[in-house]
Write a protein that binds this ligand. Sequence first.
Ligand code: MD3
Ligand code: FE
Length: 202
Amino acid sequence: MEAALKIAPGVMLWRERLDRAAQKALLDAVLGAAEFYRPVMPGSGAPFSVEETNFGPLGWYSDRDGYRYTATHPKTGAPWPAIPTALLALWDATTGYGAPPQCCLVNLYRAGARMGLHQDRDEQAADAPVLSVSLGDDALFRIGGATRRGPTQSLKLSSGDVLSFGGPARLAFHGIDRIVPGTSTLVPGGGRINLTLRRVTK
Ligand code: MD3
Ligand code: FE
């Protein structure tokens, strides 16, 4: 394995940490799991451009009533499927954190989808890192500091890349400016899938 790149304090990047076969296996696990839905913004009800689903005992969900973690799929009421074992192994190998992730949020970006700058603040386990796996088309990822104002840096994320955010980076503002359509053949129909592993409770 190539050594991790240190992007900023608390941010580590492993380029192409997953080979094509491992990417395909994860893609198949995602596509065979819970169906995607389109969350809406708290209050306004404006739809996200990203579609989502989850693996794990807790899934992240947003509707008019707010952001929260739920044990069941909002449309079907079924428990979320288990986190794929390859992702649990990746979490152990890259984070060394002493407890497994409880949530694997799956974001699906078709052409034109984006995610505005935000912080992830819905988790009580603030000491745990967040681990992100990119599949499919390239994305332009932006990360700043712990305040909305101030400098940001932009990073291209490609299929198989793995990023961890811990310590001083855990409350960094971040988002996806856009995806670059046609840069990968992995996802049928085109687009990008991001898997985010998190601890939720203390
Ligand atoms: C930095 N997802 O789901 S992953 C999200 O590519 C989210 O779908 C983006 O932001 C995506 O909340 C970015 C990279 C990421 C995830 C969580 C973080 C970066 C982070 C938490 C803290 C700091
Ligand atoms: Fe986020």
